[in-house]
Structure formats: C-alpha cells, structure tokens
Design a binder for this molecule. Structure first.
Ligand code: 13P
Length: 251
C-alpha cells in the first residue's frame, strides 16, 4: 500500500509572521498523528523558517515549484541544488503554473527529472480543464500529462502524483469521490504501463481541489486515492489538522 500523504499547498499566502504562527498552531497536533505523512509547502522565502520550526517533528516540508537547471542566469528562479537539504518534496506542474505561467508538459518533465536527480520527491500535478472534461477528453489529457511528464523517468519509487482537476481548484466544486477514483485508476494504469504494476501500486496518488474537513474522508475511502493536496483549507490550522486526523482514520 502507498503511504497516505496529506500536503498543504499554501500557494502565495502568508507573511513570515503568519507562516510562523500557522506552523506553531498546528505543529504538535500534526506531529501526533500516526499513519499519515503530513507535508507543508510554504512559499520559497519561508522554507527555512518553517524547516526550523518543524525540526524534530514528523511533519515534512516541500517547495511549490523549481527550475530544472541547477544554476545560471534565470532571474527569480530556484534550483534543485538550492532545495536539496532544505526540503524533501517539490510540487511540480501545478495547474496554476501551467495556466498562468505557460508551463508545458515538456518543461514539467525537465523539472521532474531534475528533482529526482537531486534526490527530491516530485509531486507531479495533473488535471483537466472544465471544457476538456465536458468534451470527454479528461482521461486523454491526464494520460498525456502523466506520459510526457514522466518521460525518461525509470524509477517511480520517489514519485507522487496529484490529480487536481482545474475546475475544482479554489471553486468549492470538488470532484465527486467517484470521479476522483476513476481518474486515479487511469493514472495508476498509466504508471503501470511505464513502471510495472508493482511500482505503480506503491505510488501515492493524491486528490486536490476544494478538499476540506467535510469531504476528505470520502476521498480517503477510495481505493486508489492515497491522500490529498489541500490549498485553501491548509491555511487554517484547525481545519488542516482535522483533515489530517480524519485521513489517518482510513490509512
Ligand atoms: P484548493 O484546496 O484551495 O481548492 O486548492 C487546491 C490546490 O490547488 C492544491 O494544490
């Protein structure tokens, strides 16, 4: 069975003081939960602060993005070498990066390979837009994102995939558990075709898109959903702690 992972993607939120307060409010309760890997993904500038606050706890740390090159003239970017040793995970190919910053599957693939080469665990985000779902293309879109996103990757053991349908992100319109499960089965199949059934069966697949404490258990009950990537609700210490506790009941 894959590890259950509940990751909080803070996106472009929190000042340094707010970041510190948020971690202090939930750190002990998160540390006490067993059977779930809890992961916080604050903005780059807070990684070190949060790392210091999480030291000695079981709560893991992730970045929200990364450039594939290890160094060079890429103003404003952050490299794998900068993240190595600071955090363990990195979110790559989030739909906001794809939609707002023009990231292609090929660029995301370069990032995934660079993350793995640096010893980071990539959380490859995939998901269709509303018109693609309505046009019956959702599976094909996600299969392509997974296929191209993992081109040249030979070992799936560090990989995490998050299915985040674009229409469910920040909208309060979460995918039904059936829709999430069905897409996870598609993703698991795509992973099995590339890495074999055993490796595919071990890869944590997360659902993201309007996850909250009212619906997290529904996802956790699905056989191929191994956790959640939480946006808005991860900025509320009480709600996020509860989400992790509820997920732990099903891990
Ligand atoms: P919300 O939980 O706010 O819908 O965001 C989901 C997301 O994009 C997490 O990466």
């Amino acid at each position: 069975m894959p590890t259950t992972i509940i990751a909080g993607n803070w996106k472009m939120n929190t000042t340094r003081q707010e970041a510190r307060a948020l971690v202090e409010q939930m750190r002990d309760a998160l540390d006490a939960v067993e059977g779930v890997t809890t992961l916080l993904c604050p903005p780059f500038v807070h990684l070190e602060t949060v790392a210091d606050l999480l030291r000695g706890t079981s709560v893991a740390l992730g970045a929200q993005n990364m450039h594939p090159e290890s160094s060079g003239a890429f103003t404003g970017e952050v490299s794998p070498d900068m993240l190595r040793g600071l955090c363990e995970y990195v979110i790559l190919g989030h739909s906001e990066r794809r939609e707002l910053f023009g990231e292609t599957d090929e660029f995301v693939n370069a990032k995934v390979r660079a993350a793995l080469a640096a010893g980071l665990r990539p959380i490859l985000c995939v998901g269709e837009r509303l018109e693609q779902r309505e046009g019956g293309e959702a599976d094909a879109v996600v299969e392509r994102q997974v296929g191209v996103g993992l081109e040249g990757v030979e070992d799936a053991s560090a990989l995490v995939v998050a299915y985040e349908p674009v229409w469910a992100i920040g909208t309060g319109r979460a995918a039904t558990p059936d829709v999430a499960q069905s897409m996870m089965a598609t993703i698991r199949g795509a992973l099995a075709a590339r890495f074999g059934a055993d490796a595919a069966g071990e890869a944590p697949l997360l659902y993201g898109g309007s996850v909250n404490l009212g619906n997290v258990e529904e996802y956790a009950r699905q056989p191929d959903v191994n956790g959640a990537l939480v946006g808005g609700a991860s900025l509320d210490a009480e709600a996020f702690t509860k989400i992790v506790q509820l997920a732990a009941r099903h891990s």
